[in-house]
Design a protein around this ligand. Structure first.
Ligand code: PEP
Ligand code: MN
Length: 303
């Protein structure tokens, strides 16, 4: 029985002729499209680390966290100026003031900035401040927004909808590519499944990483913070994501110094800069081992 609207991975070349490997064979079987954000390369040999607060809450908090994540070795600074909150009565982000604070944080650290845009009317403005535009899980299928970010002239971080299939997620990326922008980084951030909310916030779908790499040449990273919702799970989930072939991580970090108030947003999933440094060190060790293996394989081939 055929059901209207149902899709399977076999439909991908039709749904996504631009970003699927089958539709766009010039990328070969394993090649990745490198997405450059400043000097940072998503999809290159070394996994990229994006880190920062959930929300930009104040100048003092954002600069403290930004300095911490830079010292820990992160490549890109994250932080929401506009926050998608379940309740309209909760903190919605600082808006324009948050963008100005992000600009200061970039000046202070030299790190490029990724921040979420939720409203088509604000895409131009957010693009003036951000080095990369984030489309959040709740907006993955907001097609007018996808079109707008597609021609904003900035790389896009496209989070997976929390209940989206791989076809739907790649279909969303195709909307951005159809505007002429192939600089898209996909981000797995946990999906709704039977036990989600019981012992973790969502269920981290690591299995999707090799599937993404099989079907598209776009880089894919993992958000262990929203996927687990539990700070102690973030470090092991990060390592597991890298073992599954993730091209990077996006992690929420808080400054726990007593002079700063507790974060107003996602405090229980935030790790400290020290834990972030251990994750970056893990990446460095792995990357070094990988380079040495390649080097000795090259030498063996020459003998
Ligand atoms: C975020 O990264 O700030 C965020 C809100 O994540 P998500 O869209 O994945 O829930
Ligand atoms: Mn958050």
């Amino acid at each position: 029985m055929k059901i209207a609207g149902s899709t399977s991975l076999e439909d991908l070349p039709r749904i996504c002729p631009l970003i699927s490997r089958q539709g766009n064979p010039q990328y070969g079987e394993a090649e990745t499209h490198i997405v450059e954000v400043g000097s940072v390369r998503f999809g290159g040999e070394r996994p990229v680390v994006v880190a920062g607060p959930c929300a930009v809450e104040s100048r003092e908090q954002t600069l403290a966290v930004a300095e911490g994540v830079m010292a820990a070795g992160a490549d890109v600074l994250r932080g929401g100026a506009y926050k998608p909150r379940t309740s309209p009565h909760d903190f919605q982000g600082l808006g324009d003031e948050g963008l100005e604070i992000l600009r200061l944080a970039r000046e202070a650290t030299g790190l490029p900035i990724v921040t979420e845009v939720m409203d088509t009317r604000l895409v131009g403005k957010v693009a003036e401040y951000a080095d990369m535009l984030q489309v959040g899980s709740r907006n993955m299928q907001n097609y007018p927004l996808l079109k707008e970010v597609g021609h904003a002239g900035k790389p896009v971080l496209l989070k997976r909808g929390m209940a989206a299939s791989l076809c739907e997620w790649l279909g969303a990326a195709e909307y951005i590519a159809a505007e002429g922008n192939y600089d898209i980084v996909l981000c797995e951030r946990g999906i709704k499944a039977y036990p989600s909310g019981e012992y973790s916030r969502y269920v981290l779908d690591l299995n999707v990483i090799p599937a993404v790499k099989l079907h598209t040449f776009l880089p894919v990273i993992v958000d262990p913070s929203h996927a687990t919702g539990v700070a102690v799970m973030v470090e092991p989930a990060s390592r597991a994501a890298l073992e599954f072939g993730s091209h990077g991580l996006i992690i929420e970090v808080a400054d726990v110094s007593p002079s700063l108030p507790k974060p107003r947003c996602d405090a229980v999933q935030a790790i400290d800069a020290e834990t972030l440094k251990r994750i970056v060190d893990f990446i460095d060790r792995r990357h070094k081992e990988f380079a040495e293996e390649l080097h000795s394989a090259g030498r063996a081939a020459c003998v």
